[in-house]
Design a protein around this ligand. Sequence first.
Ligand code: AMP
Length: 196
Amino acid sequence: MAEPAFSVCVYCGSKPGASSTYADVARAAGHWIGSRGGQLVYGGGNNGLMGLVASATLEAGGRVVGVIPQALVDLECAKTDCTELHIVQTMHERKQMMAERADAFLALPGGIGTFEELFEVWTWRQLGYHDKPIGVANTGGYYSGLLSFLNSSVTAGFMNGAQLDLITIGDAVEPLLVQLVGKAANSDLGTDLSRI
Ligand code: AMP
């Protein structure tokens, strides 16, 4: 297969969530990536939104790179039909490989694993370990409470507006993906995770 047109790392829930809106956004993201000849990088599981975004990418003709720690292969039902499935030893290796293989990052609704991955890649960006765009899909207002808290952290003096500006927030996932992939194409996508 030819080189993918772009590569997006998607962080999202290993659960489907309580509303079908969440499944819809995962499928829409996967369809957008796959139908444009892109590559999805994700955690390699078949559960919840993770499985949905990967299946939708494959069905639309895209590549899927799954990265899963050995200890989670059964728990998270490793998706064996990924274009590439990497079984690694540690969570740290997983996150590093996911970051290295992507041009941009997108968080969809999810739980603590999703939050941790989003915050880690965001802190890596503000520390200069990479300069890849990061997006948050605020599907159905899922992240509104968090975004409100983050703004209050700016007011309280623990964050500054420039840090908040490092993430791109969008209600609808397709325009958000357009922005992220566009920004990625206009940067030189430096990644230096060697200091982590
Ligand atoms: P969740 O959003 O909690 O449903 O988890 C989504 C994904 O994040 C799952 O594949 C988890 O294995 C993964 N995850 C959970 N904790 C971490 C972590 N510390 N680092 C990286 N991935 C994690």
